[in-house]
Ligand binder design. Structure first.
Ligand code: CP
Length: 318
């Protein structure tokens, strides 16, 4: 593996999942693989789980970790080619990224979308510019449109929680939120589940919340949450803002919140969410505090997903 920015960087999802589960069983089995190697983690946006799990994963492999909060500790970066830098940006990625390439062996970046212009966000300019100019492997810690470490974690969590031979029914349901959020987690989860191909996959959301077909193609899509939830083995709850009329909130209908009543028609579904979660907006307390919630297990698995990915990159001889 050279970079890890989407499911397309993974040749065999199940093999990567098994590698992650092997690290979960034996975290220090490759404790010298990353000796004398450094990972630089650049955060243009806040993070709790991604930051800590990536750091733990790298340390389990013997790597040194340096975090930089670009927003308040680094210079404001410019990403556009041929920019006339007379505004707020101080340093061009073309100048900064090669320096990261000298300091680190792997570069990991979190850069959320601005949600102002769909074409800009979906061009994935930031992550592409780092890949272009850093000269070292790049790992996405969540980009403008995707969150691949989260999605790998999600497939790991489904795999270890569902030992049956049949395909599980997985429902991705939109939920209300007070702020317009990126489509990253929903896009990425859809992309991974579709490529994985080992689930009956249903996406449900209100009208006008259609995601980009490039990620959802292959899933059954319905505006009827009640129908979608029937017989589900897993319910993945996530808000996203509108994709077509970009970055807006069209509805905050509390009827879309997953609660005990709407969960009751599932097949005692395990409930997933990437976190952070707005309690009693997206998900009710009774669900989050109940036995059906596996959100803590899911967040715990972030370490093993990151460790499997970093290991694959290190084994590619960085
Ligand atoms: N799920 C997730 O990426 O969490 P953080 O934003 O806290 O990293």
């Amino acid at each position: 593996m050279k970079n890890f920015v989407s499911v397309h960087d993974v040749s065999d999802i199940d093999a990567l999942v098994q590698k992650a589960l092997a690290y979960k069983a034996n975290p220090f089995s490759d404790k010298t693989l990353g000796t004398h190697k450094r990972i630089g983690c650049l955060f243009l946006n806040p993070s709790m789980r991604t930051r800590l799990s990536t750091q733990l994963a790298a340390q389990n492999l013997g790597m040194e970790v340096i975090n930089l909060n670009v927003g308040n500790e680094g210079w404001a970066l410019e990403f556009e080619e041929e920019a006339i830098m007379s505004g707020t940006t101080v340093e061009h990625v073309k100048d900064a990224a090669p320096i990261f390439g000298k300091y680190f062996d792997i570069l990991a970046i979190r850069a959320f979308p601005a949600l102002q212009n769909r074409e800009d966000d979906y061009s994935e300019l930031y992550i592409k510019q780092f890949i272009r100019y850093a000269g070292i492997p790049v790992v996405s810690l969540e980009s403008a449109t995707l969150h691949p470490l989260q999605s790998l974690t999600d497939i790991i969590t489904v795999t270890e929680t569902f030992p049956e031979k049949r395909k599980p029914k997985i429902v991705l349901t939109w939920a209300p939120h007070i702020k317009p959020l990126p489509q990253c987690v929903a896009n990425s989860f859809s992309q991974w589940v579709n490529k994985w191909g080992k689930a009956e996959f249903v996406i449900t959301h209100p009208e006008d919340y259609e995601l980009n077909e490039a990620f959802t193609k292959g899933a059954t899509i319905t505006h009827n949450q009640e129908e979608a939830l029937k017989g589900a083995d897993f319910v993945y709850v996530k808000n996203w803002s509108t994709y077509l009329d970009y970055g807006k909130i069209y509805t905050n209908d509390p009827g879309w919140q997953l609660n005990q009543k709407s969960w009751a028609t599932t097949n005692k579904a395990k409930v997933m969410h990437c976190l952070p979660v707005r309690r009693n907006v997206e998900l009710s307390d009774e669900i989050l505090d109940g036995p059906m919630s596996i959100v803590t297990q899911q967040a715990g698995n972030r370490v093993w997903a990151a460790q499997a990915v970093l290991s694959e990159i290190l084994k590619n001889d960085v």
